[in-house]
Design a protein. Structure first.
Length: 138
């Protein structure tokens, strides 16, 4: 039972908002022990069906938890994509009319046209920094 206790303590301490999605390992272990003690009193199919019925709500909780995290990630990715597109537009505006005191060296100019991922954002910002046209905060 050590795993269940450690997992519960970790979630309670670090991620309390996840506690409602936890599997009750103690309850499942007790059900398994009850069946082990009553060996042969019920047919195996009935035992399996009972345990499956006990486990199904936890599978649903885990699935709900996973789907919620995927939805959060999609929302975050969309927001990052919008922010990246904004940075690209700023970079291009600054390249169209660089300030007179801007000293450009032989570095390549910022040529990105659109970006929708975080890795593309890093690449675009690196290009903007290379051509010394980092976007200013609005």
């Amino acid at each position: 039972m050590k795993f269940g206790k450690i997992l519960r303590a970790t979630v309670d301490a670090r991620l309390p908002q996840w506690s409602e999605y936890m599997v009750d390992y103690k309850l499942l272990k007790q059900a398994i022990n009850r069946e082990a003690e009553a060996q042969g009193s019920r047919p195996p199919e009935e035992v399996a069906a009972g345990f499956t019925a006990l486990l199904d709500p936890y599978v649903e909780k885990a699935n709900t938890f996973y789907m919620d995290r995927v939805e959060d990630a999609v929302i975050l990715l969309h927001a990052l994509g919008q922010y990246t597109d904004q940075l690209v537009r700023r970079c291009h505006r600054r390249m169209a009319s660089p300030p007179p005191n801007l000293i450009l060296d032989a570095a390549p100019t910022c040529t990105a046209t659109s970006a929708s991922t975080a890795s593309a954002a890093v690449s675009i910002l690196a290009n903007c920094l290379t051509c010394r046209t980092a976007p200013r905060p609005s």
